[in-house]
Design a protein around this ligand. Structure first.
Ligand code: SAM
Length: 553
């Protein structure tokens, strides 16, 4: 029952412990700052703020505390702003459930740092508490979501996050004044973003969208909020009908153009500038369009194990995961949602980076940054119970997930789990292995289509920190390779600074290592002139990823 994901990372292999998560832009841009959080949504923050150990909106939280007025239910009639869970059994049938759930998920992601991709899967990440969050945030429950509602929530949440900058530009342009936008309460802003996204990007029937979002604002906030949503959305509908949305023109110098592109394609300015520098403006635009497209995943049936595409499709059907056969590749099946189900069913094996490691029975392998473990598990299964994979990770929680999955998949007998910082471990343990994989923490710039929130959480400064960390980890990993052994360095980034340039810097200080071209390990289409593995979203319609095979003399 093997399937191979035809890209380096699954959607959930996400957390980069070293990133500073922040929703504020870097100084290169003139950002549309998110509105001040004048009210607290502590139940959202408490529930989800610990992801990655970083806090979202710190300044705004301080602001909220400093300005807190004496709390009294009577003096705060707005719904959705109180910390205490409300007790109500009432199910609101007036409000469309998918919009209510989308608004609350967006609040959780933006205020609480919950991950968009985990939240998008049915019943996972958000768990069975979904209605609890809805009730505490909006003050009422809705009926449970059916499959169609869930698909809409996935579309709306993912799209609204991706297009946030573009939507905020439009919303701000249609507010009477900038301060109105900046001071807008978070829930009201999410409702407007949903309405704008539905009208402009999903092209849903506009007056129905207006009606539904007005209803949501009235029920979740107050009648005045509904009137405001009504006024702004109607303005938008008129402008859209006249084909005159207030969007900036692409003109001026490079910096000015980057700012415009950042709005039109909804990315941080620093990313636009970086890609324009590396790829040229045209390719940078294509890349942003890819990042904004709806993600799909390709699974490959592992024929070597006698598992055909029909078998794979049968399993997906049983698991109720919507899928379709690839038009171009015989063994491939494409799925849009349901990746969590695929992973839990143990149906997924990580592909091409592991092909570059090329594990054989009897070998010793160290997976230096192993969790949550897609590659460890695949490598372990290739050992046929002979040999050992040492799975190291600094994050104990993620390592625990790996342990549990290894047990479920029956490969835990060939894995040693090591909770350690690689840099310290490699100094203290003079072990030498046949193969070492360093799947390094990275910016994730190759997987932005699957991680809609990631672009807003990354800053230019993170890139410098990551480079240093990657260098340190490469140096540490090299200590674990025996003479004649292999070191594979991989990332899910398309940024040369994290890929080719890290390898070049490493080789300068490690003359005993040389590049072994990826020929013979991965399909030729994925091999660069320098012999590296590289999947390019613009060329392969897959997530971006990189790997280098380095052999020690
Ligand atoms: C890109 S993820 C690895 C994904 C994993 N290889 C897989 O296929 O599922 C990077 C991992 O590196 C770990 N990490 C970061 N710094 C580390 C360090 N100094 N030592 C060991 N692990 C580290 C993170 O906890 C994270 O789990």
């Amino acid at each position: 029952m093997d399937a191979v994901l035809s890209r380096v990372y699954p959607a959930f292999s996400i957390s980069i412990s070293y990133s500073n998560i922040s929703t504020c832009e870097n100084s290169l841009s003139q950002p549309i700052r998110p509105p001040l959080m004048a009210r607290t949504y502590m139940h959202l923050l408490r529930a989800t703020n610990s992801v990655g150990g970083d806090k979202i909106y710190p300044k705004h939280l301080k602001f909220a505390k400093r300005n807190r007025e004496p709390q009294s239910r009577n003096s705060h009639p707005r719904k959705g702003s109180l910390n205490l869970p409300r007790k109500t059994d009432a199910v609101n049938l007036e409000v469309s459930p998918h919009r209510a759930v989308s608004a609350v998920r967006l609040m959780r992601i933006e205020l609480g740092g919950a991950f968009a991709d985990l939240l998008n899967e049915k019943g996972k990440g958000s768990g069975n508490n979904e209605m609890g969050y809805v009730e505490r945030t909006l003050g009422f429950r809705t009926r449970d979501l059916d499959d169609r509602d869930l698909r809409l929530v996935t579309d709306i949440v993912g799209g609204t996050i991706r297009w946030r900058r573009y939507l905020d530009h439009l919303i701000m342009s249609l507010c009477h004044e900038e301060n109105m936008f900046r001071g807008m309460e978070p829930l009201l802003l999410q409702i407007l973003r949903i309405g704008f996204y539905e009208i402009v990007k999903l092209e849903m029937p506009p007056y129905a969208v207006v009606d539904e979002n007005v209803r949501l604002a009235k029920a979740a906030l107050r009648p005045g909020a509904g009137n405001l949503v009504n006024g702004i959305l109607r303005k938008l509908v008129l402008l859209k009908e006249k084909n005159s949305l207030p969007l900036p023109k692409l003109e001026g110098n490079d910096r000015a153009q980057a700012r415009v592109l950042a709005i039109l394609y909804s990315h941080p300015v620093w990313m636009v500038r970086r890609w324009t520098k590396y790829l040229g403006q045209e390719e940078a635009i294509r890349l942003m369009m890819w990042n904004n497209s709806n993600p799909s995943f390709s699974l490959r049936a592992n024929r070597r194990k006698g598992f055909t595409r029909d078998d794979l499709m049968m399993r997906l059907k049983t698991l109720k995961v919507p899928h379709e056969p690839s038009l171009h590749l015989d063994d491939f099946v494409r799925i849009g949602t349901g990746m969590q189900i695929v992973i839990q069913a143990g149906l997924l094996k990580e592909g091409l980076v592991v092909s570059l490691v090329d594990p054989h029975p009897g070998e010793t392998i160290i997976d230096c940054c192993a969790a949550p473990g897609g590659k460890t598990l695949f490598m372990a299964s290739l050992l046929s119970q002979k040999g050992m994979v040492s799975a190291i990770d600094v994050n104990n929680g993620r390592l625990r997930i790996l342990k549990e999955t290894a047990k479920l998949q029956g490969v835990d007998d060939v894995i040693t789990f090591i909770h350690a910082d690689l840099r310290i471990f490699s100094e203290k343990n003079p072990v030498k292995s046949d193969k070492v994989l360093l799947d390094a923490p990275c910016s994730g710039l190759g997987v932005l289509s699957k991680r809609p929130d990631l672009r807003w959480n990354k800053k230019l400064e993170d890139m410098e920190q990551l480079k240093n960390l990657q260098d340190d980890l490469l140096n540490a990993a090299a200590l674990l390779v025996k003479p004649g052994g292999v070191l594979v360095y991989s990332t899910c980034s398309i940024d040369p600074e994290e890929n080719e340039k890290r390898v070049a810097a490493f080789l300068l200080s490690h003359p005993d290592f040389r590049i072994e071209p990826a020929d013979g390990y991965v399909p030729p289409d994925f091999i660069t002139e320098s012999g590296f593995y590289f999947s390019n979203p613009l060329k392969h319609s897959l997530d971006g990823s990189f790997a280098a095979r380095l052999v020690r003399s």
